[in-house]
Design a protein around this ligand. Structure first.
Ligand SMILES: [Zn+2]
Ligand SMILES: [Zn+2]
Length: 371
């Protein structure tokens, strides 16, 4: 098959000579990939990796690089294992890309579960890995085989290109779920990149009240404004938190904040901008270095700071339902797609373009089929 193989740091190679993955277990599904989005994690993996890609045996599959990268994908069911009943050949599907202890039996005779998995918290698995970022070949290819538990059918009114955004929208959905945000409550989103904008969509899907996006890059502020939220330029203010509260009319502070930037300044703002009992959710991927904050900023007014890790299958189901019913606007989601390219051009027109023109792009989708 065709695919973009990850060999290591800044070493991605297009190949048409990769062995096509086949079903080996009764509970597997083989998918003909339609679209796969390039994620910030893919860029990190390319520029700074290997971070997730297995240089030695992956915790779940035992496989190692080179493997096709890509974890934000949609496709059409090509073949199903004999125990698969919830999808059939020809169905349009998306893939929940985490892999955890429950996936081990597909690859080896190990049915043991870590504490998180035994409690059903699969996104907190101590062996957590991903299809397309660790465990096995991912969506920058033409064919993927995954465990049936990770495959969700999408209804006919959700096109396959929008389907490829269900994964990043589920990251955002999970973050909003983690904050227990109630209808009408206010939210601050720090960073207007792909995940920040997806958080805006998820907040709107939860009927949040006032939503403000703080983002220094003008193009990104414009993307956020186009989604119908208020925008704030942090580079114009010395006292960002004071200005945010004043300008945005949230004097007592926000009910929830979502750090989608992951720099020391946004960590502090995500806590300081909260009102009493507010909650700060870290959605960003941080470099592995310590960063200081004031514990008393949490203690006064009993604020909470926590993180949000990927998603669960429930988040996927809820995102699909929200798109299906229009609770989350498909037109707005479509505005996040800033490029569509062919797999063979994925490195030059995809990865390279996102690295050199980061701000002009939100989501570039890649397809193995003719466009
Ligand atoms: Zn991703
Ligand atoms: Zn586990």
């Amino acid at each position: 098959m065709k695919g973009l193989l990850y060999y290591g740091n800044r070493d991605l190679r297009y190949s048409e000579d990769i062995e096509t993955p086949q079903i080996r277990n009764a509970n597997e599904v083989q998918i003909d990939v339609a679209w796969c989005g390039i994620c910030g994690s893919d860029l990190h993996e390319y520029l700074e990796g290997p971070l997730f890609m297995p240089t030695v045996a992956d915790h779940i599959s035992g496989k190692k690089m080179p493997l096709c990268i890509g974890h934000e994908f949609s496709g059409v069911v090509k073949t199903i294992g004999k125990d698969v009943t919830h999808v059939k050949v020809g169905d349009n599907v998306v893939v929940e890309a985490t892999t955890h202890c429950s996936d081990r039996p597909r690859f080896c005779n190990d049915h043991s579960k870590c504490l998180a998995c035994s409690q059903g918290f699969f996104n907190c698995c101590s062996r957590l890995s991903f299809t397309g970022l660790g465990t096995d070949h991912g969506g920058f290819s033409d064919t993927v085989v995954v465990g049936a538990d990770h495959v969700l059918k999408i209804p006919d009114n959700i096109p396959l290109d929008i389907g490829a955004l269900v994964e990043p929208l589920s990251v955002a959905w999970h973050a909003v779920e983690r904050s227990n945000l109630r209808e009408g409550q206010s939210a601050l989103v720090l960073g207007g990149g792909p995940i920040g904008l997806a958080v805006v969509m998820a907040l709107q899907g939860h009927n949040a009240g006032k939503i403000v996006v703080s983002e220094p890059a003008e193009i990104r502020r414009q993307f956020a404004a186009n989604l119908g939220v208020e925008v704030f330029n942090p580079t114009e203010h010395d006292d960002c938190v004071g200005a945010l509260r004043e300008l945005m009319g949230i004097k007592e502070g926000f009910d929830a904040s979502y750090d989608c930037s992951g720099v020391p300044a946004t960590l502090l703002q995500s806590i300081e901008a909260l009102g009493p009992k507010g909650i700060a959710i870290n959605v960003a991927v941080w470099p592995n270095v310590p960063t200081p904050y004031m514990p008393m900023d949490l203690t006064f007014q009993e604020k909470t700071a926590t993180g949000s890790m990927c998603y669960t299958i429930t988040d996927f189901e809820q995102v699909i339902e929200a798109l299906h019913t229009g609770q989350m606007s498909m037109e707005k989601v479509r505005m996040l797609i800033t490029g569509k390219i062919n797999l063979k051009d994925g490195i030059e027109q995809g990865f390279a373009r996102l690295i050199s023109h980061k701000e002009q792009n939100v989501k570039i989708l890649v397809t193995p089929h003719a466009i």
